[in-house]
Design a protein around this ligand. Structure first.
Ligand SMILES: *[C@@H]1O[C@H](CO)[C@@H](O)[C@H](O)[C@H]1NC(C)=O
Ligand SMILES: *[C@@H]1O[C@H](CO)[C@@H](O)[C@H](O)[C@H]1NC(C)=O
Ligand SMILES: *[C@@H]1O[C@H](CO)[C@@H](O)[C@H](O)[C@H]1NC(C)=O
Ligand SMILES: *[C@@H]1O[C@H](CO)[C@@H](O)[C@H](O)[C@H]1NC(C)=O
Length: 369
């Protein structure tokens, strides 16, 4: 309790200085960082021509995901896997250049992982041809990311520097090619389940997801055969997973609903905690909000621990976008995540052997402060 109180004070200080040039309250101290390819497959091609004996077999290793990792010098137990649906950039900085979740959670000593699923970002070595067709996406990005109801018509209270044209260009040009198909949901969750079960991402994983990443993380939990996945926190998850006993018909597109055998769905109920987070500009009758409430209820019905958190109604935060962890008030959004991690015992240190160490750590942080 003592630790969390002091942390809360430190975070409050960090909030009040966000946006100016003063140094943050505590340094980021890493033991190591790096990256790895994981999952995927090897396909073979045999070159043969009519009338000739078969030529040599050639191979392609493809459809793996890419995981970049940052391990603090003195880490907490929970690995935080940041799962985007548009670009890892969403986790790295606020659009005005302010601190993003990656650095915030490294400062809090969580191991941080940035995930690119197969065929996107730094895992674009696909087993099938992929294609980028430019289209005039800036307008649809603006609305999809809920900066306002129509292009350049900002919500009056939006947590975005609306006068900062550079920030807008950072946001809209950050995107990767994204494949919102049912096949891609399976492909991504297959690779992520291999990554989760491999132990290479730690034994206590919490996925933080944005948008369509939430559906992929839920599918991953239903495919994993270990207890390494401990939690999922989705920011504005579009698309949900249902059990096969509730008369929900699977959708054919990339946003579900996905229907899985009840036994697999129950894996979501075995997670320590699940939280579906929504900004205040999402109406209660928005399809995905309705689905998130249905799925939370089902998870709880099977003995799980799932909750829907409305940033506006439940926590008083106004003007959140579709990417609230990159909003101007992201320190406040992170404070709610801290509460979640702490409430569920997901904030412990690896070498936590009593209060002595904890207090020692806090002492160090106070010196930094
Ligand atoms: C190529 O040959 C290998 C070895 O004979 C075989 O296992 C594989 O299925 C073949 N691949 C194709 C695409 O025919
Ligand atoms: C989990 O086990 C099932 C059944 O053996 C297997 O088909 C599946 O590939 C396993 N999942 C992972 C991620 O290894
Ligand atoms: C299942 O859903 C369909 C379509 O909404 C509906 O027609 C049917 O009556 C439902 N069945 C049950 C058992 O609820
Ligand atoms: C949601 O509710 C609002 C009023 O609260 C209404 O204007 C809107 O049409 C509704 N949307 C849907 C998709 O039902």
């Amino acid at each position: 309790m003592f630790t969390s109180t002091v942390l809360t004070i430190l975070l409050a200080c960090a909030t009040s200085t966000a946006g100016d040039n003063s140094r943050p309250q505590s340094p980021i101290v890493l033991e190591k960082s790096g990256g790895l390819q994981i999952g995927g497959k090897i396909i073979t091609s045999n070159f043969s021509f009519p009338g000739l004996p078969p030529g040599p077999t050639q191979e392609l290793s493809c459809d793996h995901g890419y995981m970049e990792y940052f391990i603090p010098w003195r880490p907490r137990k929970t690995s935080i896997v940041m799962w985007h649906s548009s670009s890892t950039q969403v986790w790295q900085n606020r659009w005005d250049g302010g601190e993003g979740y990656k650095d915030m959670y490294l400062r809090r000593n969580y191991p941080v992982y940035l995930w690119d699923g197969p065929r996107v970002g730094r895992a674009n070595w696909g087993c099938v041809p992929t294609v980028y067709v430019p289209s005039y996406m800036d307008h649809s990005n603006f609305v999809a990311w809920n900066f306002g109801p129509s292009y350049k018509n900002w919500w009056p209270d939006v947590q975005f520097p609306t006068k900062d044209d550079a920030a807008w260009h950072q946001a809209t040009s950050a995107r990767y090619v994204e494949y919102d198909t049912a096949e891609n949901v399976q492909l991504h969750s297959d690779a992520a389940a291999v990554a989760a079960d491999s132990g290479k991402v730690g034994k206590d994983i919490v996925y933080l997801t944005n948008s369509a990443g939430g559906l992929r993380a839920m599918m991953t939990a239903t495919k994993s055969n270990t207890t390494n996945i401990k939690g999922i926190v989705t920011y504005e998850s579009i698309g949900y997973v249902f059990p096969d006993n509730v008369n929900v018909t699977a959708g054919r597109g990339g946003f579900g609903p996905f229907v899985v055998p009840l036994e697999d769905f129950k894996k979501l109920a075995r997670l320590t905690a699940v939280q579906f987070v929504w900004g205040d500009h999402r109406a209660e009758n928005f399809t995905s909000v309705i689905e998130s409430r249905m799925v939370a209820k089902l998870i709880n019905q099977y003995g799980g621990n799932a909750q829907v958190l409305k940033l506006g109604d439940d926590s008083g935060l106004k003007g959140s976008t579709h990417i609230p962890f990159a909003d101007l008030d992201n320190a406040k959004v992170a404070g709610l995540l801290d509460d979640f991690l702490e409430r569920h015992g997901l904030d412990e240190y690896v070498d936590d052997d009593g209060d002595e160490n904890k207090d020692g750590d806090v002492g160090n942080m106070m010196h930094g402060h």
